[in-house]
Design a protein around this ligand. Structure first.
Ligand SMILES: C[S@@+](CC[C@H](N)C(=O)[O-])C[C@H]1O[C@@H](n2cnc3c(N)ncnc32)[C@H](O)[C@@H]1O
Length: 700
């Protein structure tokens, strides 16, 4: 897995906003909505009454709770990518960015001067996550912080940093994903937690994980946000599906002990980050102050329970489910967990996950609460609920009786309140499956059937599925697949490379892009693509490039270089010096690449007998181990990187990238001509986001 990314959906969003505005001039443009957010009065009497009555926070902390909730949310981010790149970036962050702002105070409109003070989140593995005491908007609007802002934007685009709310990072941490785990993310879009799951899956960088992540969402258009996330992380071990997870079909895989047979796919890890009222995100989404009502939580309890229940059914015995929401409401939280525990008997237990979150302040889960109807009447027991509310306030929403409360250990749930450590609020519960669920034991459940001989699928009625029809996933048949022999020869692919893990997205016609998946993902796709709508899988590996100076019609793509590099022979690899790598990166204009005579003697001698065409550029020192897609032209050598990646590598190499580091507060006339903005205002970076793919190959 590597880092990489594109800004395309931001660009596309702006286009959509513009089109929407043209169609419907009443629609407020995004900037207006932001202004409107600032005008919102951050108060809601029902919200206060409801949560005071639930005792969600100790009485003496109530003022701090409410005042934290009314503040804007601090910025948080994680450093991502391979271990050596993450370590190098961490050093740069601390020395170049944080040293500048450590004692800086920022005057934010309408507030006292604020210290920015970066805080390392003690509970995040590897110390890779940080929080700054200023909001995203404050960073964007402050000239004093323009370099930090540029850094965050460019590294987010390059995949070196992920901006994510601090508390939202918790569920993947407590899920404890390992490289061999089969993971299901049931409600995954837009995918910030999926990204973490993939990072944990790839924690052993030496090997391709034997596990995988299925990222699912019911909303077809939101599934494309997941595609964007997956592309950023370049993993061949992810599959994006589009289904209602409350009725997620049981998929099948080949039984490894009996390859002639299939068995039901059970997951080792399941994340249920369910749809919720979102009232713990009030700091980020102040419009919730305007529309908050008890009805929201009550209406969501049912779907939240069904998703969790299905998650537990699909879980392997011994496996772990994490249930999370960004809501404070016990009806959406403890009540859902309690309902599941009650029905599951001894087969599912709540786990105390606090040890895996050292230094995190939180409140233990509640064992008592009172559901309320929309008119703010609170009920002690279901029998008190008037008939007209009985379909809304359901019996399963009530807490356990005092004599039963202890056995469920609801206090093992974790509730984070905004004043605990100046974050958003959050709820998380970790459950383990100890035995089959009571309704799985009767043997009637087909999904639990043992290994069964695989037979050809009977023709099925094609279900109508939402959204566009996806292109097919067409796997290579093997060594003899028409284009494979020339690829194998040109890149000297090793014998252990399995060509059947390559696929294209068309049955007929010239193959254009060739994608790679891991063997287990191939198995899941091949066995199930008629049972579930698969939106996307595979990482772009070879791209058609019919070029007269290359004997193979396919060049490498940066996206899968981390996965495929170990199979590529010495014939197509160039280990160049630091100064030469800097030279290609600083001269990334495809129409004017550096000529071979400009390189060091070392590199010139390597290139002398090196055939023209696509290749791997390698650079290694005590700290860095970089691989980039390159192109050896007749007279030139260049890297095939998109602008954010170019900046990322120059930054890691300690080279000059000032031409990209624009101070947008300066007048255009003050900025030298050759500068190229890589911040979010730059159309250049947004368009040029395809890892160099959009740049035509020059040939001399
Ligand atoms: C809280 S968001 C998930 C956030 C996501 N896990 C992340 O970290 O970026 C809830 C998601 O659940 C999806 N959703 C709602 N009902 C669903 C269902 N029945 N099955 C699957 N997904 C559902 C929504 O479309 C939404 O994208």
């Amino acid at each position: 897995m590597g880092r990489r990314n594109r800004n395309v959906n931001k660009f596309a969003q702006r286009k959509r906003d513009k089109r929407e505005q043209e169609k419907n001039p009443q629609t407020k443009p995004a900037e207006d909505t932001r202004k409107h957010y600032e005008d919102i009065v951050r108060e809601n009497a029902s919200f206060e009454e409801y949560y005071k009555a639930q005792c969600i926070c100790p009485e003496q902390e109530w003022p701090q709770f409410m005042s934290a909730l009314k503040e804007n949310l601090p910025t948080a981010f994680r450093i991502t990518g391979s271990k050596c790149e993450a370590n190098a970036l961490m050093k740069i962050v601390k020395s170049e960015y944080f040293s500048d702002i450590l004692n800086m105070k920022l005057k934010v409109e309408g507030h006292e001067e604020e210290e920015i003070k970066p805080i390392n989140l003690p509970w995040y593995p590897g110390g890779l996550a940080w929080q700054l005491r200023v909001s995203r908007t404050d960073i964007r609007r402050s000239e004093a912080l323009y370099k930090l802002h540029n850094f965050l934007v460019a590294e987010t685009a390059a995949g070196g940093v992920s901006r994510q709310e601090a508390v939202s990072m918790i569920p993947p941490v407590v899920l404890q994903v390992e490289p061999h785990h089969k993971v299901l993310d049931m409600c995954a879009a837009p995918g910030s937690k999926t990204a973490q799951l993939i990072e944990f899956l790839h924690s052993d960088e030496e090997k391709m994980p034997t596990g995988f992540v299925i990222a699912n969402d019911v909303d077809n258009s939101r599934c494309y946000m997941l595609v964007h996330q997956a592309k950023r992380l370049n993993s061949p071990c992810i599959l994006i599906t589009n289904h209602d997870s409350a009725v997620m079909p049981a998929l099948t895989i080949t039984d490894p002990e009996n390859p002639e047979c299939t068995k039901p796919l059970k997951y080792d890890r399941v994340l249920c980050d369910v749809p919720c009222s979102g009232d713990a995100t009030l700091r980020k989404n102040p419009d919730i102050w305007l529309k908050w009502s008890t009805g929201n939580g009550n209406n969501l309890h049912g779907i939240q329970y069904r998703v969790l229940r299905r998650g537990c059914e699909l879980l392997e015995i011994g496996g772990r489910v994490v249930y999370s929401t960004c809501s404070f409401n016990p009806v959406e939280n403890e009540a859902v967990v309690h309902r599941l525990l009650q029905e599951a008997g001894d087969s599912v237990h709540l786990v105390d996950a606090s040890e895996s979150l050292p230094g995190l302040k939180f409140k233990k889960g509640m064992t008592y609460w009172r559901p309320a109807s929309k008119d703010m009447v609170f009920y002690e027991k279901y029998e008190d609920v008037p008939e007209k509310w009985q379909t809304v306030v359901r019996p399963q929403m009530f807490p356990p009786s005092p004599e039963n409360a202890e056995k469920y250990h609801l206090d093992r749930c974790i509730r984070i309140l905004p004043h605990h450590q100046d974050t958003g609020g959050f709820f998380v519960a970790v459950l383990e499956k100890k035995a089959p669920l009571p309704w799985e034991k009767d043997g009637k459940d087909q999904e639990n059937a043992e290994s069964t001989p695989s037979k050809p699928e009977p023709p099925k009625k094609r279900r109508r599925m939402g959204g566009y029809r996806e292109d097919p996933f067409v796997f290579f048949s093997g060594e003899n697949e028409d284009v494979f022999p020339c690829i194998k020869e040109y890149y000297e692919l090793k014998e252990d490379f399995d060509p059947t893990c390559l696929l294209t997205r068309c049955h007929i016609g010239k193959k254009k892009n060739i994608y790679l998946v891991s063997p287990i993902v191939k198995d899941v796709v091949q066995r199930n693509d008629k049972n579930i709508k698969i939106i996307n899988t595979g990482v772009k590996t070879f791209v058609r490039c019919d070029n007269k100076n290359m004997t193979c019609p396919f060049r490498l793509s940066q996206e899968s270089l981390q996965s495929i590099c170990r199979f590529i022979g010495a014939k197509r690899r160039l280990r160049i010096l630091k100064e030469d790598l800097i030279l290609v990166l600083q001269n990334d204009n495809p129409s004017n690449p550096p000529e071979i005579k400009q390189f060091s003697e070392h590199t010139q001698s390597l290139v002398k007998d090196f055939a023209t065409g696509s290749c791997v550029l390698e650079y290694k020192d005590e700290e860095l181990d970089l691989i980039l897609v390159g192109w050896r032209g007749v007279h030139s050598l260049r890297a095939y990187t998109a602008t954010p990646d170019t900046v990322h590598y120059l930054r890691l190499l300690g080279a000059d990238y000032s031409k990209y580091d624009i101070n947008k507060f300066k007048k255009a006339s003050d900025v030298p001509d050759e500068t190229t903005d890589v911040t979010e205002n730059s159309q250049a970076s947004e368009m040029d986001t395809s890892n160099g793919d959009s740049k035509e190959i020059e040939e001399q």
